[in-house]
Write a protein that binds this ligand. Structure first.
Ligand SMILES: Cc1ncc(COP(=O)(O)O)c(C=O)c1O
Length: 377
């Protein structure tokens, strides 16, 4: 079977063994004798699927006992509202946010519908090319919570440190780097992430939340934004996306059994990103990385060529060679290679090879030969 190298920003690449197992289950789940899409979410089989998925997230991330893990719908976008409704609705308190890119910009208006939001820092005027340092962040001590996005998917900016203030609840959208590396879960009050980057198909969003928050949730929230019924019903309050959750389970098993856990996953992700960033850095300015070096994302490598025409040509040639999903986001154009968990080192090597050849054709004098270790020859 011919498989393109998939650098899509999401829904993105999935491990081949997971796709194979999912397609077998689509036709027949042997334990049940029915096709996956026709099995009730109230069946004991599906209850076991949710329980195992929950247990595996707990195991892989080291989630403490006093945290719940739920599988919800509405994407990360519904969480923009649910988080703010949980902590702000009717309270008169404010929340601290930072505006570090396209997605943190998108979450602000949703939060503002629920209460007062203070924007501690914005990278908008600089064109979202870097993240703030701690000294630029003046956290309030009385904020109901602090919200940030660990990895800005569009611009390719990733925090490589914990951000926030001791004593203020920390809430993080980890949609594009969840389970790509270990995380100190007990430093967070809520972590949310949709599945379609590192975990499975679109349609399910994972929320990890501290138990004690449940007691403070205001009455009267729409049930889909109120975490309590979902926790009580173990993610089957209403009909959940059974297919998506099952594929998430398969991906979690892959992470544990084939990859060997999150420390190993991070190592692999670092090697992939290093290959590509080294190539950008050694291209004598032919490829221009978008993000400041200290804040470069291991997940999304956003870059430009000097003209739009060249970028178009790059995309056409890349696709003709089976390299898919390299177009930048519609908000900022350019090029972007997403290196999520399931993208293999081999795919990144093929991409780097293509990029070197492309550079030699366009600008032979600037092209240098880089081997797989990043050394220039
Ligand atoms: C970091 C981040 N947050 C939120 C979203 C929105 O997610 P959804 O489409 O699941 O609502 C995205 C989409 O790609 C994202 O990358």
């Amino acid at each position: 079977m011919l498989r393109a190298h998939n650098f899509s920003a999401g829904p993105g690449e999935m491990p081949l063994s997971v796709l194979e197992a999912a397609s077998r289950a689509l036709l027949n789940v042997p334990e049940v004798g029915l096709p996956l899409l026709g099995i009730s979410h109230r069946s004991s089989w599906f209850k076991d699927v949710v329980a195992e998925a929950e247990q595996l997230v707990r195991e892989l991330l080291g989630v403490p006992k006093h945290y719940h893990i739920v599988f919800l719908q509405g994407g990360a976008t519904l969480q923009f509202s649910a988080v703010a409704a949980t902590f702000l609705r009717g309270t008169g308190f404010h929340a601290d946010y930072i505006q570090t890119g396209y997605w943190s910009e998108k979450c602000l208006p949703e939060a503002q519908k629920e209460g007062n939001i203070r924007i501690l820092w914005s990278g908008e005027n600089e064109g979202y090319i870097r993240l703030p340092s701690d000294s630029e962040l003046n956290f309030s001590e009385d904020a109901a919570y602090f919200h940030y996005i660990s990895n800005e998917t569009v611009e390719g900016l990733q925090f490589h440190r914990l951000v926030g203030r001791e004593g203020v609840r920390r809430v993080c959208d980890m949609s594009s780097d969840f389970l790509s590396q270990p995380v100190e879960v007990d430093k967070f009050d809520i972590i949310y992430a949709h599945a379609q980057k590192n975990l499975g198909p679109a349609g399910v969003t994972i929320v990890v939340l501290r138990d004690e928050l449940l007691a403070g949730i205001p009455e009267g929230l729409p049930a889909m934004m109120d975490y309590r019924p979902h926790v009580e019903m173990h993610s089957v309050f209403n009909t959940p996306p059974t297919f998506a959750i099952y594929v998430v389970l398969l991906t979690l098993r892959w992470l544990r059994d084939e990859i060997g856990g999150l420390t190993q996953m991070k190592r692999i992700n670092e090697s992939k990103a290093r290959l590509l960033y080294d190539l950008l850095d050694q291209s004598a300015g032919f490829y221009r990385g978008r993000a400041g070096k200290a804040d470069r994302s291991l997940m999304n490598v956003s870059f430009n060529l000097s003209t739009c025409g060249m970028e178009k040509d790059f995309l056409i040639k890349a696709e003709s060679q089976g390299l898919y999903g390299l177009e930048g986001h519609r908000s900022c154009g350019g090029l972007r290679a997403s290196l999520y968990n399931a993208v293999t080192l081999e795919s990144v090597e093929v991409l780097c090879d293509f990029m070197q050849k492309f550079q030699s054709e366009y600008a032979p004098s600037s092209a240098s030969k880089i081997d797989n270790t990043g050394a220039v020859r």
